[in-house]
Ligand binder design. Structure first.
Ligand code: FES
Ligand SMILES: [Fe+2]
Length: 423
């Protein structure tokens, strides 16, 4: 049995018979598949993270972002209501808002000065009646028929999501109960931004989506995790998939460490070091919650991640910039109620992750290694059988690729890649 899809790819894709335990390398480098993803995932019935509510705290605040390839504006109007719309002038399609963020009365396109309200409605057209009675728009021009194209939006725990599709289910059911509970645990109180940065990674966006779900690699690739006992597979932890398997939570309880022989027996490079931190205070974390969880990664399909490593809370999201290029954004957060010392600790622990993070810098290149290793062999496939062949939760071990398989389950579902037997 194999899986295939013909329409609308010129060259049909055949998915290996093993299902989500295999991933055809072609999906990482085929421009036709990239274009189809823009239609089915990014403009399809899926919620996409746009920005945080605290990115636009004041009336008149504007934030630009991306939903797949499409430029987006998110605003808070003068009544405090939040709107999302395509950043594309209704006249000739120019970008309307050119800055990352601003506080404005209205949105004015620089090309011919069409002026929009913060709800995206067109308010004014320059020279509408012409100049000195000559020129101008036709008499039947109806200003109310032109506006910036709106998106549906919903907000959960300070995260603003948008979708182009009228068929997208309500956000809460898209996320499911386990995911909303954990988002509330981490983000469900007033937040403040501590810092933001971004990096370009030279790989297909789905390799990063896999990477954040890959609990197998975490202590093998990331020496810092293992050496300094921040996150290891010989600590209690698990993987929780959402009901539909698209999203996941991976969690670790640092205090439960029982050093396992396997780290030495496997001679893994990450367990070969006897190092000491010159500044051990970096890891002097305080207990934030009473559930024992000291490290968690939560993904929301397709491109959002919420991380809580010790006391370092961050939202990551990634934007496809072409079939082999992705921009990864990191937004480091604290709580408004934090005192100065807690804020200082969160900022210091922010050094664990990010583009040059002590833990995460390896991810900036490992996905490119996969991109480079696979691009000339689109007919081959990745082998994803650690922890079984199914995409199911596992609350006793993170030596599994269950969440990676969960991503591919969701991906194939939304892309319409069906098994031959069900076609
Ligand atoms: S393109 Fe915006 S006013 Fe002409
Ligand atoms: Fe990693």
């Amino acid at each position: 049995m194999s899986i295939s899809v013909s329409e609308p790819l010129t060259e049909p894709l055949t998915w290996p018979a093993e299902g989500v335990a295999r991933v055809p390398y072609r999906v990482f480098s085929d421009p036709d598949i990239y274009a189809l993803e823009q239609e089915r995932i990014f403009r399809g019935p899926v919620w996409h993270f746009l920005c945080l509510e605290i990115d636009i705290p004041k009336h008149g605040d504007v934030r630009t972002t991306w939903l797949g390839d499409t430029p987006i504006i998110v605003t808070r109007d003068h009544d405090g209501k939040i709107h999302a719309m395509i950043n594309r002038c209704a006249h000739k399609g120019a970008l309307v808002c050119l800055k990352k963020s601003a506080n404005v009365e209205s949105l004015r396109c620089v090309y011919h000065a069409w002026n929009y309200g913060l709800d995206g409605k067109l308010k004014n057209v320059a020279f509408r009646k012409g100049i000195q009675g000559k020129g101008g728009m036709p008499d039947d021009f109806d200003i109310s028929k032109h506006r910036l194209e709106p998106l549906r939006l919903e907000i959960f725990s300070g995260l603003i999501f948008g979708t182009f599709s009228s068929e997208t289910e309500p956000l809460r059911s898209f996320l499911g109960d386990r995911m909303t509970q954990f988002l509330s645990r981490n983000l469900g109180r007033p937040l403040k931004t501590l810092g933001v940065h971004s990096q370009i990674i030279h790989n297909n966006w789905k390799l990063y989506a896999e990477n954040v779900r890959d609990s197998y690699h975490a202590t093998l690739l990331h020496t810092f995790y293992t050496t300094f006992k921040v996150n290891r597979l010989d600590m209690d932890g698990g993987i929780i998939l959402s009901d539909k398997k698209w999203h996941h939570i991976s969690y670790t309880k640092r205090a439960t460490l029982k050093p396992a022989q396997e780290y030495n027996e496997a001679k893994v490079h990450s367990a070969q070091y006897e190092s000491k931190l010159a500044g051990p205070a970096l890891l002097a974390a305080w207990d934030e919650f009473d559930d024992g969880i000291t490290h968690s990664i939560q993904s929301v399909f397709p491109t959002l991640v919420v991380q809580f490593t010790l006391n370092s809370l961050a939202v990551r999201f990634f934007v496809p910039r072409g079939v082999d290029k992705t921009e990864l954004f990191w937004v480091f957060l604290g709580y408004e109620r934090d005192d100065a010392e807690q804020t200082r600790m969160r900022i210091m622990q922010g050094n664990l992750t990010g583009a040059a993070g002590l833990v995460s810098l390896e991810d900036g290149c490992i996905n490119e290694f996969v991109q480079r290793g696979t691009r000339t062999s689109p007919q081959r496939a990745a082998f994803v059988e650690m922890g079984g062949r199914e995409a199911v939760s596992n609350e006793s071990s993170r030596a599994t690729e269950a969440a990676v398989r969960g991503f591919w389950h969701g991906y194939r579902n939304i892309m319409g890649f069906e098994t031959e037997s069900t076609r």
